[in-house]
Ligand binder design. Structure first.
Ligand code: HSE
Length: 433
C-alpha cells in the first residue's frame, strides 16, 4: 500500500534512511512489548533504531526477564516479568508477541479495558477470540491490530480489507506457513530430509514453539480463518477447517511431481459456496511455474480471485523476525495515526459461515507395488477415474512403490476407497494445475 501523509495537523518532515519522505505526528506513543523472542527482539530493534520517533519503547515484559536483557536496549526501557507493571503503566499500546491462547487473551482484554490499544501477531488468539476482543476494543474506543498474524511481512490483511474492498472475493489460494514452505521447498530443491529441513526452519526462527502446529496445518488453518473472515465477512473457527499434515511426503513424491513440472506445497484454499465457504489446508501438488510453486524458503503467497478484478497475487517473507516485525511496526504506525478511532478491523458481527471441506481435484497416489491389484480394484469400485498407470507395465517399482494419477475426486473419497488397505501403505496428494 502506498505511504500517504499522516493526518495529524501538527507534523514534522522526516527523511527515512530509504529516502522516502513521510510526515510524522509529533504525538509520541508509548509502547509496551510482551514477549522478547525472535519477533519481539526484532520489533525492539526497529523501535530502538529511532527510525520512527513517534513510537517509544517503554516496557519489555518476558518471563525470567533477567536472561533476556540486551545492552543495545536504552536504559530508560523498563524490563519486567510482572504483567501488572504493564497494565498499570502509561503505555499507550501493548504489543503481544508471546503466542498461545492463555494468558495472552486475558492480558490483552485487560489491556484494552485499561484503555490501551493492542497490536498482536497471535493468529491462534485472533482466529479463536478475535471477534470477542474486537468487541472489547470497540466498547473502549481502542484499536486492535493484527496485520502480522497472517503471512508475516506480506500485508495481505490490509490488501483484502482495503486494497481489494471494491471487489467481492470469490476464492483465495495461498501458502501461509513459512515453516512448511521451508521444509517442502528445501526437500525439493536441496534433497534435504524432512527432519533436516525442519531443524533448519527451527534454527532460523520460523517454526512455532510446538512445530507440530506448523506441520499438521493448525497454524495455517488459524491464518486462513482470519483471512476468510476479513475477505468474506463470515466467521470461521480454525477447528472447522479441514487440515492435513505434510508428514509422510517422501523424495519419491517430489520425483513424481518433478517429472510432470509439478512440486509440492502446503496449500490453504478458501472459496465461496452457495451456502457458505469451502476451506482446507493440505499438502498439494502445484505447477512449479505457478505462484504457489514459485515460493521458496520462508516465503508466503496469496492469490485472490475477485468477481471484477480477477486474480491478484501477494508474495514475500511470511515468517521470521525481520519481516514479521515490519508488519507489527506498520500496525503500530497505524495506531499512532489513529489512536482512538477506527477501533478494531474485525467484522464485529460477522455471521458464522457454513463450512465445507475437501475440494474436488485430480489426485496423485503412491502405494506399495505389492498392493497394485487391490488398489486398482478399490479405485474402480469407488468409480474413481484412473488417468495414468493403467497397467502394471507402467507402474514404477523403485523402492517397491507404485504411482497412479486419478481424475477429479475429493481426498475423502480416496481415503474411503482405500480404507481396507493397510494404514500407512499408501499416500495421496491433490493436484492443483
Ligand atoms: N510458524 C509460523 C510460520 C510463523 O512458519 O509461518 C509465522 O506465522
Amino acid at each position: 500500500m502506498a505511504i500517504t501523509s499522516f493526518t495529524s495537523p501538527v507534523s514534522a518532515s522526516l527523511r527515512r534512511p530509504q529516502g522516502r519522505v513521510v510526515d510524522v505526528p509529533t504525538a509520541v506513543r508509548k509502547v509496551a512489548l510482551l514477549g522478547f523472542g525472535t519477533v519481539g527482539s526484532a520489533v525492539a530493534e526497529i523501535l530502538c533504531s529511532k527510525t520512527f520517533p513517534q513510537l517509544q519503547l517503554t516496557y519489555i515484559f518476558n518471563r525470567n526477564v533477567a536472561r533476556k536483557r540486551q545492552p543495545w536496549v536504552p536504559s530508560d526501557v523498563r524490563w519486567t516479568d510482572n504483567i501488572e507493571d504493564i497494565l498499570a503503566s502509561d503505555a499507550d499500546v501493548v504489543v503481544e508477541l508471546m503466542g498461545g491462547l492463555d494468558p495472552a487473551g486475558e492480558w490483552l482484554e485487560l489491556a484494552l479495558r485499561a484503555g490501551k490499544c493492542v497490536v498482536t501477531a497471535n493468529k491462534h488468539l485472533i482466529a479463536t477470540r478475535g471477534q470477542e476482543l474486537a468487541r472489547v476494543a470497540h466498547q473502549y474506543g481502542r484499536r486492535l491490530e493484527y496485520g502480522a498474524s497472517v503471512a508475516g511481512g506480506v500485508p495481505v490483511l490490509n490488501a483484502v480489507a482495503a486494497g481489494l474492498a471494491g471487489d467481492p472475493l470469490l476464492r483465495l489460494q495461498g501458502v501461509l506457513n513459512g515453516t512448511c514452505n521451508y521444509i517442502l521447498s528445501n526437500m525439493d530443491a536441496k534433497g534435504l530430509s524432512f527432519e533436516e529441513a525442519l531443524q533448519q526452519a527451527q534454527a532460523l526462527g520460523y517454526a512455532e514453539a510446538d512445530p507440530s502446529d506448523d506441520v499438521n496445518g493448525v497454524d495455517a488453518a488459524c491464518k486462513l480463518a482470519i483471512l476468510a473472515q476479513t475477505s468474506f465477512g463470515l466467521s470461521v473457527a480454525p477447528q472447522q477447517i479441514l487440515a492435513r499434515s505434510i508428514l509422510g511426503i517422501t523424495a519419491e513424491d517430489f520425483q513424481q511431481a518433478r517429472k510432470r513440472a509439478l512440486t509440492i506445497r502446503q496449500v490453504s484454499s478458501a472459496e465461496r459456496t452457495k451456502d457458505g465457504l469451502r476451506l482446507s489446508v493440505q499438502p498439494t501438488m502445484v505447477r512449479s511455474d505457478a505462484p504457489l510453486g514459485q515460493v521458496r524458503d520462508n516465503q508466503n503467497v496469496l492469490v485472490t480471485t475477485g468477481q471484477w478484478g480477477g486474480e491478484t497475487i501477494f508474495a514475500g517473507r511470511g515468517a521470521g523476525g525481520g519481516p514479521t516485525a515490519v508488519a507489527v511496526v506498520s500496525d503500530l504506525l497505524a495506531v499512532a495515526r489513529h489512536h482512538d478511532s477506527g477501533a478494531a478491523r474485525a467484522h464485529l458481527d460477522a455471521p458464522d459461515a457454513q463450512v465445507e471441506g475437501d475440494f474436488v481435484r485430480p489426485h496423485y497416489l503412491r502405494a506399495q507395488s505389492a498392493e497394485f491389484a487391490e488398489v486398482m480394484h478399490a479405485l474402480e469400485c469407488a468409480g474413481i477415474q484412473i488417468e495414468e498407470s493403467s497397467g502394471p507395465s507402467r507402474w514404477e517399482k523403485a523402492n517397491g512403490s507404485a504411482f497412479v494419477f486419478v481424475g477429479d475426486c475429493t481426498t475423502a473419497a480416496l481415503e474411503s476407497a482405500l480404507k481396507n488397505l493397510g494404514s500407512g501403505s499408501w499416500f495421496c496428494l491433490p493436484i492443483c494445475r
